[in-house]
Write a protein that binds this ligand. Structure first.
Ligand SMILES: NC(=O)c1ccc[n+]([C@@H]2O[C@H](COP(=O)([O-])OP(=O)(O)OC[C@H]3O[C@@H](n4cnc5c(N)ncnc54)[C@H](O)[C@@H]3O)[C@@H](O)[C@H]2O)c1
Length: 357
């Protein structure tokens, strides 16, 4: 890409910060929006200030705006002042379980905040590429209808045709989403309309488990980061239901940003893609606990709660065939071992900086 003006919302979060660093390194002018609302949602351990400070220290062409995506007037004035070429929308209330305590706030941030950004884009830079970070929770619990078999350490798809996981053809209605899944589905559908109805360069990534060292992991969101944090810094980890054999596919934030870059160079208006670690980066809770202990050398203090989280997936693997077919230069480049290694190193470093060894 030649030098572009890139707006990244949720820029102090996991995916947003990875995108800021990546595009900054390439010499683009990067504008971030983040009001540290993760701290409002999850308390002090969700505070993203450390990550904003890190970006300010390391990036050359990064301008941060402490703006709320619900603030339509603030967005309007930002979009009037700059003509963006690419908008990467990562700001969200990201937790499945948290949404039930704050249904209105969850909807305002996830659904309305997204429409505010789509509309500002349509009015001020309609030719820009717009990438929405959506979620596999838009499928609700429909993926749980896929027949499963129980293995010693994980649930597994029973039929060979399901081996690669869930495709974008999975239905998104008549399922149990959680309020979070429903607010994200609203955003996902509106973004599709701006692509299909208005013909704008909008795409939607339906994330599996997005992970990496820059997560401010908390119990309610960011499972790998939180699991490693508890193993290293202490505390207790609870696993809810499904015999601790539930399976997730994990993708490093770098590979998500690489996918954004591929789309931005060759946009296909209104497309929806599943975006996760795929079969190769899938792991069950039992396997993740064993790997964390093995790689960190620390024993995890965990307990099993015999009730699953409402609407939680039993086995979810993102089928990545569609994105790979449209963008053959892209692949999952960071495997599970490297992901664990980086998260462990980062939490160890954070603990050291906090003066605890
Ligand atoms: N992490 C995952 O496992 C995962 C999985 C699927 C989808 N996603 C989606 O990917 C996106 C990014 O997720 P993440 O893991 O980086 O989340 P994150 O919580 O680390 O980052 C989101 C950032 O948005 C900011 N934010 C929240 N509300 C805001 C508001 N009203 N105005 C401005 N900033 C606000 C937060 O302060 C936070 O820094 C989200 O849309 C999330 O739903 C994440």
């Amino acid at each position: 890409m030649s030098s572009k003006r890139i707006l990244i919302t949720g820029s102090s979060g996991l995916i947003g910060s990875e995108a800021v660093e990546h595009f900054d390194r390439q010499g683009h002018q990067v504008y971030g929006i983040d009001n540290n609302m993760r701290r409002v949602f999850f308390g002090e351990s969700g505070d993203t200030t450390w990550n904003l400070e890190r970006l300010r220290r390391t990036c050359k062409n990064f301008i941060h705006h402490n703006l709320d995506i619900r603030d339509r007037i603030g967005l309007e004035s930002l979009f009037r002042s700059q003509r963006f070429d690419l908008i990467v929308h990562c700001a969200a209330q990201p937790s499945h379980d948290k949404a039930r305590d704050i249904p209105i706030l969850d909807f305002e941030v996830n659904a309305l905040g997204t429409v505010n950004l789509l509309e500002a884009t349509r009015l001020h830079c309609p030719e820009a590429v717009f990438i929405l970070l959506s979620t596999n929770k838009v499928y609700g619990d429909a993926p749980n209808e896929i027949p499963l078999k129980e293995l010693e350490k994980r649930w597994e798809y029973a039929r060979p045709e399901d081996y690669n996981g869930v495709t974008e053809n999975c239905r998104i209605d008549r399922t149990l989403h959680s309020l979070f899944g429903a607010s994200k589905a609203s955003a996902d559908l509106m973004a599709q309309e701006y692509g299909r109805y208005f013909g704008m360069n909008v795409c939607i990534f339906r994330g599996g488990c997005l992970t990496g060292p820059s997560h401010s992991g908390v119990e309610l969101h960011g499972f790998l980061s939180y699991l490693v944090k508890v193993a290293i810094a202490g505390g207790s980890y609870s696993v809810f239901g499904y015999k601790a054999k539930q399976v997730r596919d994990n993708i490093h934030s770098h590979d998500v940003v690489r996918a954004m870059e591929e789309f931005a160079e060759n946009p296909r208006p209104g497309e929806v893609y599943n975006m996760g670690g795929g079969r190769g980066n899938s792991i069950s809770m039992l396997e993740a606990i064993a790997k964390t202990e093995e790689m960190s050398g620390k024993k995890l203090n965990w307990k099993y709660v015999d009730e699953n989280r409402k609407g939680d997936h039993i086995c979810y693997i993102s089928d990545l065939s569609k994105f790979k077919a449209h963008y053959p230069n892209w692949k999952v480049s960071i495997g599970l071992d490297e992901i664990f290694k980086q998260i462990i190193a980062d939490h160890t470093q954070r603990l050291k900086s906090a003066g605890v060894s």
